[in-house]
Design a protein around this ligand. Structure first.
Ligand code: SF4
Length: 444
């Protein structure tokens, strides 16, 4: 049997590859390969290699495109990030007709790219079985069933069993290897070997989170927390290091949870490796779980930068978001990181902007607060995500029909702009944060 994995191109107003990879798709590809199924990959999200940074990040190739009817009134340029429709079709022309095609869709508002890919693949291979998966159908299943025509199966993140059953039924085969996607220690490593060059490898060390932040879909996607053994993560690093990979990315939802039992032993294991590695964490670490020992381990294990989720400094907003961090917890964590040897430049904090009925001054105050501590402020524009408490409470008040069409869930559209926080305010704040980050006294 032959299977083809497709990571579609995306339509967006802004996008950049911050170590993004289609991890779920690559894990599933490896599972199929273990079942003696031949796998190929077309990753449409190509980047401009000449502009790749030393840390592995790179801008996607992009092209301005016409807006669909639903986005006609938006005064921003819509772009396709990744290869063109024609190029995808051409690449499909070089693939021997697959029995099975897996297409992923990562962000909910990127589903139109997946829809395109499915349409193009369906034209090329009318008799292949096509499966759509990823975060979009996991969070917007009912929408996907209607909006994405031509899929033979649409699967959510926790439906590996359904996927295996489908393959066995459709192809009259028995899969000998059908691991749960939560059984980390049984899962083969994701098939990054299908890329011409591996610039970095994300390490998945857990699923789920014990917190319940009201803006976050993790508790819905993964209601329980599942950890991978530290030994398995170390083995994976050794495996990829033998294949010349030096950069690793951890974007787990709650990497530090239970640090004494997990993150600390894992980091100690990494430190003991006979070679150094670089680690990046684009997702925030939880300030309340950082102590002096952990800060030191993060540094010595190879974390190049630490990003912490501050989210807000207004206590009411902190409470409404779930209350996992406050200023004293945050300052304590920053103190531990500085003492360990992280420079001010290598510590950043995320501040949420654009929450329902948030005032723009709250974000400015948070930027000022971070500048006072000498910590870089990173504005995270709020994305309304279905099945989160904030979404469910406020979706009727968004300025676009975010519950009807996920395309409006894009944070670039600022769905919760209001007179107390306008598009203009947001532009000002982005510039203000840039200036403050640049002006901050790093010698402190
Ligand atoms: S934002 Fe982070 S800490 Fe909060 S629920 Fe999501 S993963 Fe957990």
């Amino acid at each position: 049997m032959k299977a083809l994995l497709i990571n579609p191109y995306i339509y967006d107003f802004a996008a950049y590859n911050f170590w993004s990879t289609p991890m779920g798709l690559l894990y599933l590809g490896s599972v199929l390969r273990k079942n003696s199924i031949d796998i190929k990959l077309i990753d449409c999200l190509s980047v401009v290699e000449e502009k790749r940074k030393a840390d592995g990040r790179a801008p996607f190739i992009k092209e301005k495109v016409r807006k669909p009817e639903s986005l006609k009134g938006i005064r921003k340029n819509l772009r396709r990030y990744g290869i063109s429709r024609e190029k995808l079709d051409e690449e499909l022309g070089h693939v021997e007709s697959p029995d099975l095609i897996l297409i992923t869709s990562i962000m909910t508002y990127w589903y139109t790219g997946a829809k395109d890919a499915l349409e193009i693949a369906r034209k090329r291979f009318p008799s292949s079985k096509i499966v759509l998966g990823g975060i979009y159908p996991s969070l917007c299943y009912e929408h996907a069933k209607v909006a994405v025509e031509g899929a033979d199966l649409i699967v959510r993140n926790n439906e590996a069993e359904r996927f295996y059953g489908f393959v066995e039924r459709e192809f009259g085969v028995t899969l000998s290897f059908k691991p749960s996607m939560y059984d980390f220690d049984a899962l083969p490593y994701p098939c990054f070997d299908l890329y011409d060059k591996i610039h970095f490898v994300p390490l998945l060390t857990s699923y789920g989170c014990t917190y319940r932040c009201t803006f976050c879909a993790t508790p819905y996607m993964h209601p329980g927390i599942v950890r991978r053994s530290a030994g398995s993560v170390i083995n994976e690093i050794v495996y990829w290091h033998d294949r010349s990979v030096e950069k690793y990315v951890i974007y787990d939802d709650n990497f530090l949870y239970g640090p004494g039992l997990y993150a600390k032993p894992l980091l100690r294991g990494i430190i003991k490796l006979p070679f150094p590695i670089s680690i990046y964490n684009p997702n925030a670490l939880n300030a309340s779980l950082i102590d002096d020992e952990l800060a030191n381990l993060l540094l010595v294990a190879g974390f190049k930068e630490v990003r912490i989720g501050l989210e807000a400094i207004n206590p009411d907003i902190q409470k409404s978001l779930g209350g996992k961090v406050n200023q004293s917890i945050f300052e304590r964590a920053v103190g531990f990181l500085l003492n360990a040897g992280f420079t001010h430049d290598s510590i950043g904090a995320y501040i949420l902007a654009g929450l329902p009925f948030q005032k723009w001054e709250d974000v400015k105050n948070a930027i000022d607060y971070l500048a006072g501590l000498g910590v870089n402020a990173h504005i995270a524009e709020y994305t309304p995500i279905p099945h989160t408490p904030l979404f469910e409470e406020f979706y009727p008040l968004a300025r676009y029909p975010i519950a009807d069409d996920p395309v409006y869930q894009n944070n670039a559209l600022f769905p919760f702009a209001w007179e107390g926080f306008t598009d203009k305010n947001l532009l000002f704040l982005k510039q203000y944060a840039r200036e403050k980050n640049g002006l901050v006294d790093k010698s402190k």
